[in-house]
Write a protein that binds this ligand. Structure first.
Ligand SMILES: [Zn+2]
Length: 266
């Protein structure tokens, strides 16, 4: 289940209650105050502007300090913003920063982890993929007696194969190029992809120049989503009402792709 809200240029906060993590804090929906772990994609105001409010509000409600994962290059300016709010709010604004570079991982609740990857926007941007490690008995031990397995385990022999399953990926603000380069979001059980522009009022070239995805690029490249379980289209520009957006998306997506699409609309 995915909660929160994502409207291009206004606000993005994607809440994943089952994974106990949220992505970005533009404005902060009430549900996200409960989230201690936040993964930031980039530092545009509509994706990070809510952080001081989130931090202070958690403290007011007696919740533990949040943990903010963000790209290393934002640390210094973010620290200055929080210091300014410490002075203005006369509060400690306590939080933990986890600074990452593409490829780094952050441990999440319930043994899961999030690995970040480089997205292609007009400012430094990360995508995030939540991975779950699943263990399967090694082929050599299938059908073996319990004694054999216990003995092998006792002798320190590995009895399981581990595989990482990409259960949820979010590319942040990006152009479609991220999917050509990154394998994880292409294999995600649920992929949330921005689709800021959906008709010819802003065409593909202009969408790309603004660092965003145009619907025509998604409908024209269905093969990019062959391995994706559910494709969630998000971050639509507010120039279309949710109803108008739904009609355009329904009409322009190829039927096979539309069948696995969900729309993250207000
Ligand atoms: Zn942006």
């Amino acid at each position: 289940m995915v909660g929160g809200l994502s409207i291009g240029g206004l606000e993005t906060c994607v809440d994943l209650p089952e994974l106990r993590v949220a992505i970005d804090l533009g404005r902060v929906p009430d549900v996200a105050v409960a989230r201690a772990d936040i993964l930031f994609t980039h530092a545009h105001m509509d994706h990070m502007g809510g952080a001081p409010w989130h931090c202070a509000t958690r403290s007011l409600r007696g919740l533990p300090p949040p943990r903010y994962a963000m790209e290393r290059c934002h640390a210094e300016a973010f620290g200055r913003v929080m210091q300014a709010w410490r002075e203005l709010d006369r509060s400690a604004m306590e939080h933990e920063l986890v600074l990452v570079s593409p490829g780094d991982e952050v441990a999440l609740a319930a043994g899961r982890k999030a690995r970040c990857f480089r997205s292609t926007h007009i400012v430094p941007t990360l995508g995030w993929c939540v991975l779950e490690t699943r263990r399967k008995l090694k082929r050599a031990f299938i059908g073996a007696s319990r004694d054999t397995i216990v003995r092998a385990k006792g002798a320190g022999e590995p009895i399981h194969d581990e595989t990482e399953v990409p259960i949820f990926a979010h590319c942040g603000d990006t152009t479609i190029d991220v999917l050509e380069r990154e394998e994880l979001p292409r294999r995600a059980q649920v992929l949330m992809l921005e689709c800021t522009f959906i008709d010819e009022s802003i065409g593909v070239a202009e969408a790309r120049a603004r660092g965003h995805v145009h619907l025509d690029e998604i409908s024209g490249r269905p093969e990019l989503f062959d391995e994706v379980g559910t494709l969630v289209l998000s971050h639509l520009s507010p120039r279309w009402s949710p109803r108008a957006a739904r009609a355009i998306l329904d009409e322009r997506l190829p039927p096979a792709l539309r069948a696995k699409c969900a729309y993250f609309l207000p």
